[in-house]
Design a protein around this ligand. Structure first.
Ligand SMILES: [Zn+2]
Length: 542
């Protein structure tokens, strides 16, 4: 290992750097060596360090920020879904069938062809694909294609056969198998009938998962993401596969991403029995939090509210609050931090009650237990008096600004004026609690610049609504940037990432524009032009 001031591996100059915790851009340059930021200073000072082997990177005035950390991403689901056919850009049914035909040519027979995103209402002739059409395009492969809204899917005969769906199959509860006049399934499945086929899909084999992960990591580099908090829901299927694949990549030195992997609350006793604690791992792969659910979501009106919805009752808890309190205490005592999904204002209030009563202990060495703060996921609706209670709680708040943009209409309909208590980023930041940003991808696009845009403008990327949705809840660009970098690093005890400082890991994103100076409405149009992970250039497009 060489770490001398002379002849560093790379010098990044002629740009703006969002240095330290203030993150206000200054004209500086930096030198990178052995994965770390070796030195910071003027262009002249840094260029004087250059040796014959130094890679020189001229930024042409671009802005460098710390690499982004997405604090709530379903990486397994997203990276595997990326391997499916993308059908959102079609103009007619024939194109859809062509895509299926091409995929059938490249895949061994019997392997599943899956895709999503088709929308027949955009087509000149708005006909949906049928079982027979898909059979002709792919006679030897099971096919399942989700419509863009995910409430409907088209399957071919092979897929229906594997799912045991025939003329005699009854419709499942909350689902419909469409049939022709003779009673034979047409291949169109609505709502939960889709699950009958989905359950028949063979889980991906380890090499498919590994390929999908490597491809997904590259895609994250292209949007400046160098760290994730991966959220797992099922320990028995995707959980094991995801954690195993992260380890395989890490052990072969190919995990170019810092990952905190969460574990399912259903498995708490097993996790404790194994002796796992939050923080176990290395600087690329660590055990994160144990995930629980306090309530559901606004769309299904299952988020648990204090007052009724305009068009429904009050929603409901997903588990008994006393039981949840016991599970949290058990985890806490075992050195495991928890993250609890809480969307409605009642769910958040109850969860704060639990956290307030929790008395964390110390481990055998005298260190506080657990090693990382507990979290609340989503914090979508919270009453001001409850937000005030967050002040001294030391709990990290993970929110998803890009989801607000998708939810504006939904919340106007469900809550009307009480919508002002939702996505209260300003109030949460002002509570002094660590606020961390995420995409909840694949719910939202994982591009952090879209999240920053949403948090700063509270507008869609087309500029609607005019002056922002509940604009008093906007945050500044610096606050949004910290919620994607410094704050998640600090709350996860990763003190050598999240800021640009000498000695820190060189995980960096170079942006096409100065997002501090440009009109906020244009932030969503800026790009990530270069990403460094551990001092290596992992993405560059200039
Ligand atoms: Zn999620």
């Amino acid at each position: 290992m060489k770490m001398s001031a002379q002849n560093p591996e790379a010098i990044v100059y002629n740009g703006l750097l969002a240095i330290g915790s203030a993150m206000q851009p200054v004209s500086q340059a930096l030198a990178v060596d052995c994965g770390k930021i070796l030195a910071l200073g003027s262009d002249a000072d840094m260029l004087s360090l250059a040796g014959p082997d130094t890679k020189m990177i001229d930024l042409n005035g671009r802005l460098v920020v710390p690499g982004f950390i997405d604090s709530h991403i379903h990486f397994y689901e997203w990276s595997l879904k990326r391997q499916n056919l993308k059908l959102d850009d079609l103009t007619n049914l024939e194109e859809l069938l062509d895509r299926v035909r091409e995929d059938a040519h490249t895949k061994p027979p019997q392997e599943w062809i899956m895709g999503q995103g088709w929308n027949e209402t955009d087509w000149t002739d708005p006909r949906m694909p049928t079982r027979e059409m898909l059979d002709l395009a792919a006679p030897d492969h099971p096919v399942l294609l989700w419509r863009c809204d995910l409430h409907l899917a088209a399957a071919n005969s092979a897929a229906l056969r594997l799912a045991d769906i025939n003329a005699k199959t009854p419709d499942p509860p909350d689902g419909r198998i469409e049939r022709d006049p003779a009673g034979k399934p047409t291949g169109i499945l609505r709502e939960l009938a889709i699950n009958l086929v989905r359950q028949a899909v063979k889980p991906p084999d380890p090499s498919q998962v590994k390929d999908a992960f490597e491809d997904g990591i590259k895609a994250l580099h292209r949007i400046g993401i160098t760290g994730i908090h991966d959220i797992r829901l099922m320990a028995d299927t995707d959980g094991a596969s995801a954690l195993r694949t992260f380890q395989i990549l890490d052990q072969s030195d190919r995990l170019e991403l810092r990952c905190w992997v969460s574990l399912s609350g259903h498995e708490l006793d097993k996790i404790i029995a194994l002796g796992l604690r939050t923080g176990f791992g290395n600087d690329r792969l660590r055990i994160g939090h144990v995930k629980f659910f306090a309530d559901g979501g606004m769309g299904a009106r299952t988020a648990w509210l204090i007052d009724p919805y305009l068009d429904a009752e009050r929603g409901m808890p997903m588990m008994d609050m006393e039981f949840l309190a016991q599970e949290i205490e058990k985890a806490d005592n075992a050195g495991l931090s928890v993250m609890v999904h809480a969307v409605g204002d009642r769910a958040n209030q109850e969860l704060i009650n639990i956290y307030e009563k929790l008395k964390s202990g110390r481990d055998a060495s005298g260190a506080p237990l657990p090693s990382l703060p507990h979290r609340i996921e989503h914090v979508q609706m919270i009453q001001p008096q409850d937000a005030d209670r967050l002040r001294d709680l030391g709990v990290a708040l993970c929110v998803t600004p890009a989801n607000m943009v998708l939810d504006m209409n939904l919340i106007d309909t469900a809550l009307g004026p009480s919508g002002k208590w939702t996505y209260s980023f300003r109030r949460l930041v002002d509570s002094g609690s660590p606020v961390i940003f995420s995409s909840d991808c694949p719910v939202c696009d994982p591009n952090p610049l879209l999240g920053i845009h949403a948090a700063v403008t509270r507008q869609r990327i087309d500029g609607t609504p005019d002056s922002g949705w509940w604009p008093e809840s906007c945050v500044t660009v610096a606050e949004a940037l910290k919620a994607y970098t410094l704050t998640p690093a600090k709350t996860h005890n990763a003190l050598d990432i999240g800021t640009i400082a000498v000695g820190n890991r060189a995980d960096l994103a170079v942006l096409s524009h100065d997002i501090f100076k440009m009109p906020t409405m244009q932030i969503a149009q800026s790009r990530v032009d270069m990403t460094l992970f551990d001092g290596e250039v992992v993405h560059r497009n200039f």
